[in-house]
Design a binder for this molecule. Structure first.
Ligand code: IVH
Length: 684
């Protein structure tokens, strides 16, 4: 709704409406640190109110949001009055508005339109503005901007910020001013913001919507030890009152702040004429993702401080500077639907279909919801109004849900019941849902890679590239097809020659008789990693028994929980998997059953040797008995099961005879060894 079309009465009503809206959003932003509209949308409302009030100045009231800047004082903080009001800047949203700012200055100063004004250009940091007062070089008091006139005393909190000097550094070129009011931005880096949010989510607390809110929430803490735990930074961009040193240019002010020990806006430049400003603005917008801190634009300031005096300020902002904003990256829009995408590893991610909206110069119609923990955390429903954010070229995220705007018609987001690519059943793996079809087309390349990997079937020569080629050419449509590959087929693939094709075929052949645990692991059953595969093989001993596993039996195994048990059951009963495994077996794949030690003739037996053996040493014989499940003792007792008699036996032989223990010769011992080895599947 634009002012021009409104009658006076309509304008009055709209002004009231806008004030109420703006006040509400001020509260969300400044008091709760939890905005529900994007900055750009807030600015839009503010501009509309400003325009209407300009058109009908009779409606301006002292309590209109346009008549003050910034935030109310948070309870518990001591108020601090700024000796020079901390105003805010007028925005320019595009290059045309930046040029208009330059023209306005020249008009105001009565300069010709071709005059070249000197500007200082700097990044506009998206943080929380703060003033730090130094008396005779020592930090005295620090405050937030507040409403521009009175801010909150955050001195102990600011003192925890490592880049804030507690004493000014003495510089060779400059005296220490008797009074210095430094102004700048308190910031949190994007990296620290993400880390903090991860931690908050882990603790079940609400994460911050962006680094600026995180910086604000961290600084405006009544307990400064909380601030100290958060990594905040301070970048100086100007001064309030300064006594004892004087400057002619804004760039000199920043240079001096640098010498006194502050981080200052970086990179910054002094340019002549508005074209240089536009170049800097374009460069910064292009590079905005490379910065450690979130930037939302470029600040353009007339460099000559004498001109600042001449240009003066309006009630809200100075005429000598402007905030040239980048395209906004947060917007609100509506969730129209949720669809599912299957990733390379079979992970199914929910994706929100959005009412198309422009974010940062790109029309956005989808946002990733990542996983179901995220859906739950956001509490998002179909039909919800949401705040979306785009960073760089990545798919946008939903940052927050505007629950205040719910109508009751919103629908919950349900997990998928079937894989959207192949229609197989899905199972939960942590925060994700996964398709149980071992050969689902969405993940076939990765599934082949996994099956061939060293810890699975260890098929040498079957890397990512070959797996992709085999799938692309249609030579492999499921995991079993690998075992039907021929040398001729491989020779049709780019990069394969006689020798490499032969080697791969050999590698595949060698993989046909894997230990059971490796075979189970190779199938890529959701929730079944290498360790679990080992536990399963140990328990079931054979593929035949494992393939008939019931949910209850699985659950009774130590280390197998309900999610894993459900995954295995669904995997095994999926017809596509059954068929594929049968097909593998038809090609000659045969996982080795685990032999049971009970089948060995030495299982649980106590064996004693006496006399020398001719075929092996005593130690070797002992090792074999133990490998085959027996125990070796040095003396004969009633507990002895077997005495092996070699050449020149000692007294143990008589003792065995006295006690009636079973006595065997070396030949018989060797025969038992062979039997035991056979039973345990030991090949030499
Ligand atoms: S100069 C009269 N320079 O942006 C205010 N401000 O909307 C002069 N900001 O309140 C501000 N980076 O919190 C200036 N390089 C920079 C800045 C910067 C971020 C913030 C500051 C200010 C707001 C203006």
């Amino acid at each position: 709704m634009k002012g021009k079309k409104l009658s006076k009465e309509e304008a009055r009503k709209r002004i009231e409406e806008l004030r109420e809206l703006i006040n509400y959003h001020n509260y969300r932003y400044y008091v709760l640190n939890d905005p529900v509209i994007s900055d750009a949308e807030y600015d839009e409302l503010f501009r509309e109110l400003q325009e209407l009030e300009e058109m009908y100045p009779e409606f301006i009231t002292p309590d209109s949001p346009t008549q003050r800047v910034g935030a109310p004082i948070k309870e518990g903080f001591k108020p601090v009055r700024h000796s020079v009001p901390m105003l805010s800047l007028q925005d320019a949203r595009n290059e045309e508005e930046i040029r208009e700012f330059d023209a306005r200055i020249k008009r105001f100063l009565g300069l010709p339109m071709n005059a070249l004004i000197e500007y200082s250009v700097e990044p506009k940091y998206d943080g929380l503005s703060c003033e730090i007062v130094y008396r005779n070089g020592r930090l005295e008091v620090a405050s937030t901007r507040g409403d521009g006139y009175v801010g909150e005393d955050v001195t102990p909190n600011v003192k925890t910020i490592k880049s804030v000097p507690l004493r000014l550094i003495k510089s060779r070129n400059l005296p220490i001013p008797s009074l210095l009011e430094v102004r700048g931005e308190v910031l949190m880096s994007r990296k620290d913001f993400e880390e903090l949010n991860r931690e908050l989510i882990k603790r079940g607390e609400k994460p911050f919507a962006n680094p600026r809110n995180a910086a604000s929430g961290s600084l405006r803490q009544l307990d400064p030890s909380v601030t100290a735990k958060r990594r905040l930074d301070f970048v100086a961009w100007g001064v309030g009152l300064v006594e004892g040193v004087s400057f002619k240019k804004h760039s000199e002010v920043l240079d001096a702040l640098g010498e006194w020990g502050f981080k200052t806006a970086n990179p910054r430049e002094v340019v002549k004429g508005i074209d240089g400003v536009i170049r800097f603005y374009r460069e910064m917008e292009k590079k905005r993702d490379d910065f450690e801190y979130e930037l939302d634009g470029v600040v353009v300031k007339v460099n000559d401080l004498e001109l600042w005096e001449k240009l003066g300020t309006t009630a809200r902002s100075p005429r000598y500077a402007i905030a040239a904003k980048f395209k906004p990256r947060q917007r609100t829009t509506r969730v129209l639907d949720v669809v599912y995408q299957v990733g390379r590893t079979g992970t199914i991610t929910p994706v929100a279909v959005l009412e198309p909206v422009e974010v940062g110069g790109v029309i956005v119609s989808r946002a990733s919801l990542h996983n179901f923990d995220e859906v739950e955390r956001l509490g998002v429903m179909i039909g919800d109004k949401v705040l979306v954010q785009r960073a760089g070229d990545v798919i946008p995220d939903i940052v927050a849900v505007i629950k205040e705007e719910r109508t009751g018609k919103e629908k919950p987001i349900r997990p998928p019941e079937k894989c959207p690519v192949c229609g197989a059943e899905v199972v939960r793996e942590g925060a994700y849902y996964k398709c149980v079809n071992a050969s689902c087309p969405a993940k076939l390349v990765q599934a082949l890679r996994h099956m061939a990997s060293r810890r699975a079937l260890d098929i040498e020569g079957l890397g990512e590239k070959t797996a992709r080629l085999l799938v692309e050419k249609g030579f492999v449509k499921d995991l079993a097809d690998i075992f039907y590959l021929t040398k001729d087929r491989l020779l049709q693939l780019p990069g394969f020659a006689e020798k490499s094709a032969e080697n791969l075929i050999k590698g595949i052949e060698k993989a046909k008789n894997p230990p059971l645990a490796k075979f189970i692991y190779a199938l890529g059953i959701p929730n079944v990693g290498e360790y679990t595969a080992g536990v399963l093989a140990e328990h079931f001993k054979s593929w035949d028994r494992f393939s008939k596993a019931s949910y209850d039996e699985l659950l009774s195994i130590r280390g197998i929980g309900p999610e894993t048990a459900m995954s295995i059951v669904k995997f095994l009963r999926e017809p596509r998997n059954k068929e594929m495994i049968e097909k593998m077996f038809r090609a000659g794949v045969k996982p080795q059953d685990l032999k049971v030690v009970e089948d060995s003739p030495f299982a649980g037996k106590v064996v004693v040797f006496t006399g020398a053996l001719s075929s092996m040493t005593r130690d070797e014989a002992k090792e074999w008995v133990e490998r085959l499940g027996g125990k070796v003792s040095n003396s004969v007792s009633r507990k002895t099961d077997l005495v092996v008699v070699g050449e020149n036996p000692g007294s143990k032989y008589q003792r065995a005879q006295q006690l009636g223990v079973k006595i065997i010769d070396e030949e018989e011992f060797l025969r038992m060894l062979e039997e035991g080895k056979r039973a345990l599947g030991i090949e030499e």
